[in-house]
Structure formats: C-alpha cells, structure tokens
Design a protein around this ligand. Structure first.
Ligand SMILES: *Cc1c(COP(=O)(O)O)cnc(C)c1O
Length: 475
C-alpha cells in the first residue's frame, strides 16, 4: 500500500498490530473466564465519571484506546458466555463465529441484494436451507436472518397481517407465558394493546386450547379480526412447549396464521430428543429462531422462517428506481425483500464458518449437553431437602425455589427467603442466576445452555442455593 489516502486510514503494520492486540486480549479473556465472576457492573455515577466525555478533537494512540475499551468498558457486563452463567438466556459464541463477524466487517459486506453481495446471499440461503430442514419444514420454505427473535416476530406479524387482508381491527393471541417481544411486535404492526390477547396457561405453563378458542370466538363475535396466534416452543420462563399440533389444527380450521416463537428452544431440533419435543413445529406458518442463543453465535443473529417463503416477498418487496439494477429475477433473491432492513450485516457467515469448522456432530453434542445438565439439575432438586422443583427440566431450563417441606412457609415468606437467596448468589457466588414469576410465585430459574458448562458448575450453584437458603431460613 502506498501512502495513506485519507486521515482515517492506518498503515498495514499498524492495522496488524491493532488486530493482533485485540485478538490476544480477547483470547486471554476467554481463557481466564471460568475463574472470573459471571457478572461485573457498576452504577451509573461511577461509569459516568469514567466514560461521559466529549469526543476528542485529536486522536490518541489506537492501542491505548483499545486497552481502555478492554479495561473500563467491556468487563462491565454479565458474562453471558461464562460457564456459570444461568441467568436470562446465556450464550457462548464459538471463536470461528467471532472471527466471521470481524471478517464480514473487514470485507464491508452489505447483505442487501444479490448484485451487492452474491456470495453472502448464497451462504445465507444455504444456512436457511439447513435451518428449515432441521425443523422439518418442506421445500419452498425460506426466510431471512434478522437482528434477533424480536425482529423475526415483527416480520412474521407483518406477513400474517397481510395474509389476513390487513383488517381494520386486528387481534393477536399468545399465552400468558409468551415473551414480551411478541406483544411488542404485535403493537409495532398496528395491533392495539387491548387486542393483544394473553391466553391462560395450564399447570404446565402450556397454552390452554379451550381458553384460546373462547377468546377467538368472543372477539370475532364483536367484530375483531384475528391475524395471528403465537405458540411458544421454549417459553422464556420455563422452556415450556405449547400444544403445537393442537394449535396447528385449530389455526388451520379457523384460517389464522400460526407463528411459533422458537427463539429460545428451536435449535434443540438438531438433536433427536429436541426434535421429538418440538414435533408439530413444522406445521406452523412461521418460526422465529435465535442462533445467538442455542446455536452458539455472537450477537446479533435471529432468524425468521416462513413455510411459504413467497409470502414474505409479497409483503416486503418494493421495487424502487434507485435499486432497479438489483432486480435479477426470482432465482437471484434480494434478501432485503423479505424483511424490514435494507442494509444488513452478513450474519450468515458466522453460522456457516462455525458449523463448517466443528461439524454438526459437535453442535449436536453441545445442545444435548444443555438438556442433559438441566435434567440432572431437575433430579438434584427433586432429591434436595431444601429445594423445591417448580417446573421440570424442559429444553435446558429448570425452575426451583428454596422451600423445605418441613418448614411449611407462607407464599410471602417464601418469596422473601428466595429473594435473599438470589441476592446472596449474586454477591457471594461466582455464578449468575436470574428469577422469574410463575403464575405469581417467585422462582429461581436456571437456563443451562452454554457449551462449556459442566455438571460441577451446575451442582455447585445448586449447593450454594441450598446453603444460602438454610442461612436465610435461619435468619
Ligand atoms: C430471546 C427471546 C426472544 C427475543 O429475541 P431477541 O433475539 O432478544 O430479540 C423472544 N422469545 C423468546 C422465547 C426468547 O427467548
């Protein structure tokens, strides 16, 4: 390379030095992760003092800036990839996936159209083929990669709304266990908040079909127009799977779009057990997935699959003059015609590179391991004299609380005790656990899907719960 052509370029040597330094620091972080706390953070005042400033007029040495990011900013997070991170939905990316994001940025890919990104578009189509085959969808299925499960739901509801003829008074149905992303997506596509119906669930936190049918019938009688019913395939609190077949039967009979939120649980389908648990999912009109959860990819990458892929382009494809050169015909799809984004990062590369590198057998083992560890945690809790199982292991998730049978505690006391246990876990243990509310009951929830998590990590966290629980009961 000759002299720098702009003030925003670096010499090749400087570029390499910076990249090397970044890689060294990132690898060192991953190496030391199991010995670190699973959480670190700071209150606003402290971080403002450190980080709230005007942008500098003149630059600083790049390695100094990098070091500051690594020392002061990046550690202030929940380490979602920590082997003892069980809170929310953790996620531990593979290194080839991380490198793929770097490469895609360095190659400045905009995965918008075939003309602008033919190689990346084909890789995205390839990855989508893998996905729909894993889920048992037929040929002709398709979709796109999105920023996450939330964006996948927005795109799905737009397609559902248009398939229903864009009615004046649309309603959407989901269970009281559905992720808030579903209600938000419904609101974004123009469903009034009071028309987002939260349908009751049964004792296993699965949508109650009778309650669903009742709600739809009542709404139709008052002139409301259902556009979509949303099923959980791995509910956020419990991993519960709604009655997918019954919902598909009902949606077919009533001619309503069935969307399945499989952002959490969908990739269990690459294992035999998971596929069995999710059977029926292939009958949904659309499925939302999150490769940045249980497919071990760095943020962001979600996915929407639609059984009849043409339904997406029918809604989202707008030919414009400024893009007229990009129209090459149906055999050369412009993936931006399937969703809300025009400029799009090349998200497929990380999935492609990590699966090419490790192979499906390694991914299958990694997903299976999460389910096996959750099942072991379930057994442990059933035998524990201190802990009570609240929901059985389902797709890598299990809920429990401290509740010794002999103590005969009231709900209110139980909640106080378990809040105390959660706080002690947070401050005194290296693990990170989060809580949820199950039909009003406070629950400690373990989501066990990181590929480097071992039984010892889970067992020691359960032991800490028991220990803190005894302390809290004694207090
Ligand atoms: C994570 C999650 C979502 C939201 O997906 P994002 O990728 O965070 O946008 C929706 N539903 C379920 C069940 C989830 O676990």
């Amino acid at each position: 390379m000759g002299p720098r052509r702009s003030d925003l370029q670096m010499s090749p040597d400087a570029m390499l030095a910076l990249a090397r330094k970044a890689a060294e620091l990132a690898v060192a972080r991953i190496e030391s992760l199991p010995g670190e706390n699973a959480w670190d953070g700071e209150f606003k005042e402290g971080l403002e003092r450190l980080l709230l400033e005007s942008p500098p007029e003149d630059g600083r040495p790049a390695e100094e800036v990098l070091q500051r990011a690594v020392d002061d900013i990046l550690p202030m997070t929940t380490r979602l990839d920590h082997p003892r991170c069980f809170g929310f939905v953790p996620s531990e990316p593979t290194w080839p996936g991380v490198i793929a994001d770097f490469l895609a940025s360095a190659h400045n890919v905009n995965a918008c159209t075939w003309l602008v990104a033919s190689g990346p578009s084909q890789v995205e189509l390839t990855v989508l083929d893998w996905f729909w085959q894993w889920l048992g969808y037929p040929k002709g299925s398709g979709g796109l990669l999105t920023s996450g499960g939330s964006a996948a739901s927005v795109d799905a509801f737009v397609a559902a709304r248009e398939a229903a003829g864009n009615p004046e008074r649309p309603t959407v149905y989901m269970s009281d266990q559905s992720h808030s992303a579903q209600a938000r997506a419904a609101m974004i596509v123009g469903v009034r908040p009071e028309c987002v119906r939260k349908v009751a669930t049964d004792g296993d936190y699965r949508l109650d079909m009778k309650a669903l049918a009742r709600a739809v019938t009542e709404d139709r009688a008052t002139g409301l127009q259902p556009i979509a019913i949303c099923a959980n395939a791995g509910a956020a609190s419990t991993g519960a799977i709604d009655p997918l077949r019954a919902m598909a039967d009902y949606c077919r009979a009533e001619d309503i779009w069935l969307h399945t939120d499989a952002a959490y649980g969908g990739f269990a389908a690459i294992t035999e057990k998971g596929r069995e648990a999710l059977s029926g999912i292939e009958r949904a009109d659309s499925i939302g997935l999150d490769p940045h959860k249980w497919l071990f990819q760095p943020y962001e990458v979600g996915c929407l699959l639609v059984k009849d892929a043409r339904k997406l382009e029918k809604v989202f494809a707008f030919g414009t003059t400024v893009l007229q050169d990009t129209i090459w015909g149906a055999n050369h799809p412009n993936i931006n015609d399937r969703g809300l984004q025009l400029s799009r990062s090349f998200r497929a590369l990380k999935i492609w590179m990590s699966i090419q590198t490790f192979g499906m057998s390694a991914f299958r083992r990694a997903v299976s391991k999460g389910m096996e560890l959750a099942a072991r945690a379930d057994e442990y809790v059933r035998r524990s004299p201190v802990l009570e199982l609240q929901t059985p292991a389902s797709l890598g998730m299990v809920c429990m609380r401290v509740n010794p049978e002999s103590a005969g505690l009231e709900e209110e006391t139980l909640e106080a005790v378990n809040r105390e246990v959660l706080a002690r876990l947070f401050w005194d243990d290296r693990a990170f656990v989060s809580s949820t509310s199950l039909h009003g009951a406070f629950a400690l929830r373990l989501c066990i899907i990181n590929h480097s998590t071992g039984w010892d990590d889970v067992r020691e966290t359960l032991e800490a719960m028991e220990r803190f629980g005894k302390d809290a009961l004694a207090a």
